[in-house]
Every structure is written in C-alpha cells, then in structure tokens.
Write a protein that binds this ligand. Sequence first.
Ligand code: M6R
Length: 603
Amino acid sequence: MCGIIGYVGYEDAVPIILDGLKKLEYRGYDSAGIAVMDDQGFSVVKQKGRLTALEELVRKSPIAGYMGIGHTRWATHGEPSDINSHPHLGSKNKIAIVHNGIIENFKQIKERLEQKGTVFVSQTDSEVIAQLAEHYYNGDIIDTVIRVTNALEGSYALGIMCIDEPGKLIAVKKDNPLIVGISDKGNFIASDVPAVLAHTNKVYYMNDKEIAVLTKDGVSFFNTDNEPIEKTPETITWSIDSAEKGGYEHFMLKEIMEQPRVLKDTINSALRSGENKNLLDSLDITRFNRIVITACGSAYNAGMVAKYVFERLCRISVDVELASEFRYKDPIIDENTLVILVSQSGETADTIAAMREAKSRGAYTLSIVNVIGSTIAKESDATLYTLAGPEIAVATTKAFSAQLVLLYILAVRFAHKLKRITDDQQEELLSEIAALPDKSYELFEHVDFIQKYASNCVGYKSIFFIGRNIDYAISMEGSLKLKEISYIHSEAYAGGELKHGTISLIEEGTLVVAISCSEKLYGKIYSNVEQVISRGARVLFIGNCIQAIPDDRLSIIEIPKVNELFSPSLSVIVLQLFSYYVAANKGLDIDKPRNLAKSVTVE
Ligand code: M6R
C-alpha cells in the first residue's frame, strides 16, 4: 500500500520527509515523490523507481521548505510512471495532495470537472482530489476538505497543502490509516508509526473523517461540521522493527489481519467502479467453449477452488493446470479457449511461460495479478487486479484471498452472461460475496483458541487435511501453508480417498484437519472424521454445518454461514492462522521460510 509522510515545523522538511519515506519502504512501492512549500510556493520532485533515485534527484536540484508531504506509491489506477507519482497538484498549482487509498467514483468526478474545463495530467484516481479541492476552494481549507471528502466514494488517507494557507498541513482519512505525530521541532502526519518514530513517540490515531490541521506549533482536530474535537495522544513503546509490522510479530500475521480490508477493496473494484468492473462488464464469455486456469503454488490452489465455482455456476468444463507442467504437455487449446493466469507477482517464470504457450496457440489470456506493470499483466490480453497491496511475507495470504474473490465474481458474471443464472440469482450471489469482508472479520474471534490449539501441534511430523469438493480444494491451500512455514510434512486428501491408501498412515495421535462447509456433503466428511478418530487420530474440524457427537479428540471451529461456493474465503483464514501459530510456536523465521522466494522468476 502507498505510504504518506508530512511535516510542518522549524526544520527543513526535505530530509525529514525523505527519511520518513525510507521508513515506509517496507510497504512496497513503485514510485516516490515529495512536495515542499516555502515563501515562493511549491517545489515538487517525483519519479518512478526507487527512493535512492529520488534522493539523487533532490541532491542534484536541491529544494527546501518548512512544510512538505511525501509519498511512496504502489500503483492501483494508472501504471507506475513519473506523471502518476504523487504528490498531485491541481491545475492552478494551488493545492498539493498525497493519497493512499482508492477513489471509486473518480471517473464521474473527473468527467464532471473536465466538462468545466479542468485538464488532467495523470491516469490516477488521486489527481481528482487535488483538482476537486481547487475547484471547491473558497478561502477556507477546512471547509474545502469537508466538501471534497463528502464527494469522494472509496477509501483515502490524505495529506494536503494549500498555497493560500501557508503553514497549515491538513490530514484526513477514511478506511486507510493515518497518524499525527507531535514534537517540539514540529508536527507530522504519516501512514504508519515507523515514519515518525525517529522524531517522536507521541501520536494521535485519526478516526475516519476527522480532519487534522497541523501548524509548526500545534495540532487541532475538527469533525465534518467544522467543529473542534478533543483527542488524546498515545505514547508508542514499540521498536522500529515491530512498528513496521503494525505491532504484529510478523508480516504474515499483519497480512492475515488485513484481509477483511483487502476483500472489500477487491470486491468493490469489481462490482462498483473501476478498471476491474469495466473489464468484467465488457468480457464476452460466450465465445469460449473451454476454460483453463494455470498457475503455481497457492495461485494454483485458488484455481482449484475456482474450478468448482465455475463448473457449478457456468456449466463449462474447467481444467486447472500447474503452470510448470502446462507448456510441456502439448495442451489442447485454441482460439475458443479462455486461459486464466493467476499470479500474485505477475513474474513467476512458469506462469509467464504458460501464458506465452497459450497465446501462441491462439487462446485468449486473462490474468489475475497483484502487481501492476508486471510481465503477466503487460503481456496477457486482459488483466484483473487484486487490490491486496504489497505482500511482504513469502507465504501468501491476502493476495490469495483477493484472487479467490475475483475468481468468484468472474464466475458469477460469466454464468449470468451465459444465461445459466437469472438476474435475481446473480444479484443474490454477488451480495453474498459482498458480505464476505464482514464475515471474515468475525473469524478473528477464534484467534486465542487457534493459538492455544496450535501450541500443542509443534511436535507433529505430519498433519493431514481432508475435505470434499470445494472443501478439498481449500484444504490443499491449508496444507501448503502449513508445510511452507512450519516445515511439518502435510498432505491434503479428498475425504473419500482416505480408504484408498492414506488411512494406513493414521495412528494414535495423528492430527487430521477436516473442513466441512457443504451441508450436502457433511455426512460424508463426518464419517471420514469418525473413521480417523476410531484409529486414534485427533481432529480439528473447521466448518459451518458441524453437528458432531462430542469427543475428547475432536475440536471444532465454527465459521459463519455462507454459500458453500464462497466458503473457502472464510475457512482459509482459519487455516492460515493455524499454520502461522504452529510456526510461531516453533520459533521459525515465518516471513522468510527456508529455501523459498517470494517470486520464483526462474524455472
Ligand atoms: O507470484 P505467484 O502468485 O505467481 O507465485 C506463485 C507461487 O510461487 C506462490 O503462490 C507460492 O506457492 C507461495 N509461497 C505460497 O504461499
């Protein structure tokens, strides 16, 4: 996600902002920029690429000011480029802003302003904020910010400077983090505590729609009626290292906890407005007679889940292929085949090769990618973006969840275009998907239980995961997650396959994780659970339709009710937390598991 830092005070803002941006680098970025203000007006330096390049630019053409805003950008709307980097200024050069978040109605605002003569220079959603602020500005920046935020739909954390109100740094947020730091040498805004920790440990956490006005000598807060409000600062006792992780011990846990937000952003991008929605509206599925999903690792597991959803809703046969196998198997695809490539990084060598193979055979390639501007995003015929933000832990969690919801939405939209479901059915399915973020949040109630349960699992040499149909597909992801970070051998099995071999491995004390979110198949999986318990296994049973006879060896985690097709989005969070806490109890390097790389760019 983007990073914001701002300063107003008694020192030169430039080194403070550049240093703050370095402390936000961990959030991931593709471009960076800074705008400072002095008696002459704004000076802006911004460009695509690393912060070192920005520092070099500033060294060559020095700028200075008593107030400034800086930004690290992770592209969501508009490719990474100098012009799309922040800060953004309005056309009159009166207002400069930095933004973290997504403005869902930016197209409508842009069109309205263009009709009134405003000329936009970037492809970003963020530029509309600067342009709209200049449009509304009436001599009172607080009033202007209130009007602007009333007009915006979506999420934002904003740092704002206005040329006509020198010495005032304005901050406001909705659904994205923003803190205000206070010190004797001046005051700060930032996306996160590490950016200001070198200067102060006294911070205010801003609530949605509160407006902060910072001057060099103090901070005041206002509500949306422009009335002053009282806030109490907090004292931070974290080290820089733990502050980067938002106070969590590992990035993986932080990223697991971010999932309700990521699901919401990704779902909104596909259902409300933006490039994802435009693509979903315009894609013509009716010309394909076959769908192939190809990917690696967790992205492949997302494809396995999607197979059940597509086949159930669209009644089209879907093959899911490991990208590392695909190009060597002389695949049967042609111009009537839709090939869906799923990749967080967009740079996985095997998935790139599979995409090129599919294209060379005339198939239409649709990618689902997290990193804008990545090779797969650039080369595939069309791209849907997961709005997970940068994922730092090697083990994917939030990007996987974002892939799942885009695949569900794709399946529902295709089913409707193919006339397999009615308007009402489409509406109902999409509203069930839209309810997932809130339901996923409820799962965090189980954290204490999962943590305690996992602490008793560190001694296992092997753990089995079972499920049926879509629960089997998601159990594959549970198994992969566990093995990659805890180094415990694990296998996922379709429940019905146990008796064809694996059950011989079940003995006194073996752990089996069973998943059941399908009422129809509950009886089947429960009978598998009874079979393994009678052979001495312990079972962790995860589901939303469990009615089991109590047993000392059986522990149950109830998850919220949801259409079984979308239940993997909930069960996977429990599985991620389970794996995380097993690995944490073993004291392992969870964010960087041995022998693994975040992006596998070689075959
Ligand atoms: O960047 P990609 O999604 O293409 O990466 C694919 C796999 O390498 C990745 O999912 C890997 O399995 C993760 N470590 C799983 O957590």
